[in-house]
Design a protein around this ligand. Structure first.
Ligand code: FAD
Ligand code: PHB
Length: 394
């Protein structure tokens, strides 16, 4: 067994783990990042695309925003489509100038990996059999296999940034965790297409055949989603079938429709709401999807992960510079407040915009009334806008 020591052991090199490692580096704090997948896999995984202002500001403050500044697309508004019409919500005007930026999560991850490699601090891909131990002692340990050898890493703190299916949350004894969960009876078929965006802003659409979302990644690439069954096999969706459904669900009476092009990638994601409380057990701190999942309709998951690690990095800085534990002790409560706010919003956006087989005629009418109220009321649009652009990181 090879032994090593660090201040913060980070499990997972998604956006949460990589950003935490980088913020700690800027504070002069040592960390080791351990990732079970390959570097290529982590970089190529297409997921989120909407960055809140707080995430953009964090990347700027952390000096990892050069490419984001060049290639990110600032959007001041979004469209909500139903009943054949598109309605624009001017988020910037409603929130005193706040906006979102479209920049792929995999681009964020690529920039953070480059920044990490530039610091020379350890980031190990393709580690196996990761386990966390001695979490209630001052020196928790991470054991793992890497490069054909067994390793033991002794830490001051372990950060569980290993996503929903990681091992950190499950290392916490069940009696110390409270789980809140809701599964939705549908999933999203996500598609990346070589087609230029035909709308400058996102279009969230509810059609009788279900939800569809028009998004983008660059002036040449569109990102689209279709509500489907949660266990749907993406291979059952031919390109022709995908485009026919997207055009049916997205086109509006003003003649707008997405442009068709070659499909580069497709995949199905299930949808759930999930919160594990508290986000701490002894010297283990959970961050990002390891602690909470939101359905993607509100575009909050990546942004919550970034808010978590910003709070955790600041709390660890206070620990190392002034031996103060109050911020670390407040980490979970403060994170859960933000998480529940995002949970409510993501649940609301999801229920307003999806069809479910269990919907009654009453539900359909109520859903339509909700959408009409939303696009007809400045107060309702402001409520959506201030949640969608995100409250400042605290
Ligand atoms: P992850 O990205 O899951 O990273 C965890 C990492 O840990 C992974 O690299 C994993 O391989 C690694 N790992 C797992 N187990 C281990 C182990 N045992 N040992 C070592 N490493 C391990 N969010 C938004 O904010 N805006 C959006 O527009 C948006 N759209 C989305 C669209 C889709 C289709 C999906 C699926 C998600 C979307 N999200 C969105 C959510 C967002 O992608 C996640 O919230 C985000 O990835 C969370 O980051 P994370 O670092 O916490 O977890
Ligand atoms: C995306 O561009 O991938 C995206 C946009 C908005 C969402 C979810 C995903 O709500």
């Amino acid at each position: 067994m090879r032994s090593a020591r660090t201040q913060v052991g980070i499990v997972g090199a998604g956006p949460a783990g990589l950003m935490l490692g980088h913020l700690l580096h800027l504070h002069g704090i040592d960390s080791v990042i351990l990732e079970s997948r390959s570097r290529e896999h982590v970089i190529e995984r297409v997921r989120a695309g909407v960055l809140e202002q707080g995430t953009v500001d964090l990347m700027s403050d952390a000096r990892v925003a050069d490419r984001l500044r060049r290639e990110g697309m600032r959007h001041d508004g979004i469209h909500i489509a139903f009943g054949g019409a598109r309605h624009r919500i001017d988020m910037a005007e409603l929130t005193g100038g706040r906006a979102i930026t479209i920049y792929g999560q995999n681009e964020v991850v690529k920039d953070l990996i480059d920044a990490r490699l530039g610091t020379g601090r350890p980031l190990h891909f393709e580690v196996d059999a990761v386990g966390v131990h001695d979490l209630l002692t001052p020196h928790p340990k991470i054991r793992f296999d890497h490069g054909g050898a067994a390793h033991e890493l002794t830490c001051d703190v372990v950060a569980g940034c290993d996503g929903f299916h990681g091992i950190c949350r499950s290392a916490i004894p069940a009696e110390h965790l409270r789980i809140y969960e809701r599964e939705y009876p549908f999933g999203w078929l996500g598609v990346l297409a070589a087609a230029p965006p035909t709308s400058e802003e996102l279009v969230y659409s509810l059609h009788d055949r279900g939800f569809a979302l028009f998004s983008m990644r660059s002036p040449a690439i569109t990102r689209l989603y279709l509500q489907c069954a949660p266990d749907e096999n993406a291979d059952d969706w031919s390109d022709d079938r995908i485009w026919a459904e997207l055009i049916t669900r997205l086109s509006t009476a003003d003649g707008w429709a997405p442009a068709v092009g070659p499909i580069l990638q497709k995949g199905v994601t299930g949808m759930r709401s999930f919160v594990a409380e508290p986000m701490r057990y002894g010297r283990l701190f959970l961050a990002g999807d390891a602690a909470h999942i939101v359905p993607p309709t509100g575009a909050k998951g990546l942004n919550l992960a970034m808010a978590d690690v910003r709070r955790l990095a600041d709390a660890l800085d206070a620990l190392y510079t002034s031996r103060r534990e109050d911020a670390l002790n407040a980490y979970s409560d403060r994170g859960l407040r933000r998480t529940w706010r995002a949970q409510r919003f993501s649940w609301w956006m999801t229920s307003m915009l999806h069809r479910s087989e269990s919907d009654t005629p009453f539900d359909r009418r109520r859903q339509h009334a909700e959408l009409e109220y939303l696009v007809g009321s400045r107060a309702a649009m402001t409520s959506l806008a201030e949640n969608y652009v995100g409250v400042p990181f605290d």
